[in-house]
Ligand binder design. Sequence first.
Ligand code: FRU
Length: 519
Amino acid sequence: MRNSAIFLFLFLVLGSCKNSSTPTESMATYETPLYQEPHRPQYHFTPREKWMNDPNGLVYYKGVYHLFYQYYPEDIVWGPMHWGHATSTDLVHWEHKPIALFPDQHGYIFSGSAVVDFENTSGLGTKENPAMIAIFTYHLMEGEKAGKTDYQTQGIAYSLDGGDSWEMYAENPVIGNPGIKDFRDPKVFWNEKTNAWSMLLVAGDHLQIWGSNNLIDWEKQSEFGKNQGAHGGVWECPDLFSFTDQATGTEKWVLFISINPGAPNGGSGTQYFVGDFDGKTFVSDQKEDQWVDWGTDNYAGVTYNHTPDGSRLFIGWMSNWLYAQNTPTERWRSAMTLPRILSLKDVQGVPTLFSTPAPAWNALGNDNEGKDVSIAAGQSVVTYSEDLNQSKIDFIWDGSAMSLSFVNQKQEHLNIHLDPENQQMSIDRSASGLVDFQEDFKTIQTGPIGDLPHTDIPVTIFLDQSSVEIFMNNGQKVMTAQFFNNLTFNQLKIENKGPEKCTYKGLKITPIQSIWGAE
Ligand code: FRU
């Protein structure tokens, strides 16, 4: 009764506005309050409703972290892309903002980046009130449907009120299509080596680097990667940034390239290259493929421009194109990873990417030392907690074979195995609840751990209703995956699979509150 009244109300209100879309069934029929639906993450970012994929336009300006994202406001599957928008001042809570960018005559608004044009190089703002500029790919569906190859071009839009309202640049596109079918996902950053703007663009099987003095006129400078790295699928969503070793002053550059398919555990994943960049050309002599995250569900992740302390802050899309459109949620689809800080550290002579949760998340539970848990060979202990599905779990791993299982009263379980003999960790979600919506979802996923220390390895695990993020050795190895249990996990079973008694030091479970108030 109440619902049909709401439906009628919405219909009357929306029906009377020109150009507004008809309310979808879903707006009226949900009984569960927003952000309390089954599987809804409680402390990760999700849109109120409908389909979301890649994070876009990650930019910090005047105390605010902006998160734009690929968004289709009409359905819970991919469709005509818009840029949704949310902001945060603490990387914990998010405020939903109106949709920033809408498709226009040049096409859907695909992924891209945002900068603040502090020096007003574009002339679109002023030095006193610099423009926030979004640089994105236009995808012209009519062109694709007509079998053409030139339907992806690059456009810009600008905001003079800190991202609240946006104007499309009148002369779009700023880069036309050179006859390359997959030509997209511009990442723009201020390049201190050239004192100009750089743009990374992916072009099917390689990266292109372009340069500009004003964000409007662009010139191609170099290419990378036709014969390097993983090529199991199309290259997408590039990013490039540097780290300087404090001790030696040596600068190294890290290039991110998302690929779909071709990730180590199937479907989509993000590889990285360590190398050098002279301001125009990136080179790398890296031989082995490296991955930002070995789990199945961290894709299209990129980093923020203009962070206040210069830190390299990353957010990824917590899904996989293999099954992203089939996951068992109804009102919204998919979440972002926790914001993560990236760094580059030497591991046995190899510059290695580390990702740790943003400081507010890392610090959770630090006031509690936890307890040491000793388990005899082949035995297990079970800890009960009502909050497991929404918690941070910390302990120090002694380096011997073990497993952790999150279990509920239906005996659904999510298992994590740490297996030094085979030098791998794995996530087994095959019996974790709803798993049949896509056949690959049940496959056990693995990540290598051969280069971790042999003992005293800090392990941090975040569980948030339908996601698990595992950080090994302060982020040296990371795995992120979704799962859909039918009932809250309330038991953590830790099993010693090694031949000797072990002690896992500092075990603690820290419950995490929902970040969503009355939405
Ligand atoms: C990556 C991606 C991008 C593209 C966007 C479209 O997930 O395929 O390459 O710009 O999604 O939504």
